[in-house]
Write a protein that binds this ligand. Structure first.
Ligand code: SAH
Length: 205
């Protein structure tokens, strides 16, 4: 039987999970967790013994809670996971003391002038050992025939960055607070335009 190729979403989830796993993280934040796709994967693996999902959208948190059936989990599972309402724009004590944070397809939803808040809130105050952050690679958009030139992948994206733009932002933001960053292409890689998703893995030195 032929296996279905993984969708871009599944490839991204797989890459984020691999990065969190290999960082040896046990206590993990999912910032901008949305409807809980990553949370579900995290729950499946025992390594992750404390999982905190945060989102600014109450509606998304409700959907996540339903999809994960948080109300029906046996207590040993329910104790591992918590969902909270909050924003990456504001310093938050609840985010301190974690090994790793995932920020998956979130930054492109923020206004560029407000992006620097992430530096303060995540890298300076919450400061997990590892941050795994993904965003679309704008260069790859030419590979999708259905996407008219110059358009974003989703109408609620405020921006989409080239690899150069992402890498210079990530290196700058990490450098201010003692993080080094490596960049990992996620999904099929084209010689010219790279891969659909770009991922930065930040490590506190
Ligand atoms: N990480 C999820 C959702 C990505 S969509 C996934 O990969 O499926 C972007 C998410 O970021 C949305 O759920 C949105 O509500 C959330 N978000 C946007 N601005 C935010 C902010 N300031 N703080 C926290 N979450 C935010």
């Amino acid at each position: 039987m032929l296996e279905k190729p993984l969708s871009p979403n599944d490839q991204r989830l797989g890459a984020v999970m691999a990065a969190l796993r290999s960082a040896g993280a046990k206590r993990v934040l999912d910032l901008g967790c949305g409807e809980g796709k990553l949370l579900r994967e995290l729950l499946k693996e025992k390594q992750f013994n404390e999982i905190l999902g945060m989102d600014v959208s109450v509606r998304s948190l409700e959907i996540a809670s339903k999809r994960l059936r948080l109300d029906d989990l046996p207590s040993f599972q329910a104790e591992r996971i918590k969902l909270i309402h909050g924003s990456l724009m504001y310093r938050d004590k609840r985010l301190a003391g974690f090994d790793a944070a995932a920020v998956v397809e979130v930054i492109e939803h923020l206004d560029p002038p407000r992006l620097s808040a992430i530096e303060r809130v995540l890298f300076r105050h919450a400061k997990p050992q590892t941050v795994v952050l993904t965003t679309p690679n704008a260069e790859y958009n030419v590979m999708w025939e259905t996407l008219p030139a110059g358009n974003f992948r989703h109408t609620d994206h405020r921006f989409e960055w080239t690899r150069q733009e992402f890498q210079s932002w990530a290196t700058g933001i990490g450098g201010q607070d003692g993080y080094s960053v490596r960049f990992v292409p996620v999904g099929p890689e084209d010689d010219k335009v790279g891969s659909p998703t770009q991922m930065g893995v930040f490590t506190r030195e």
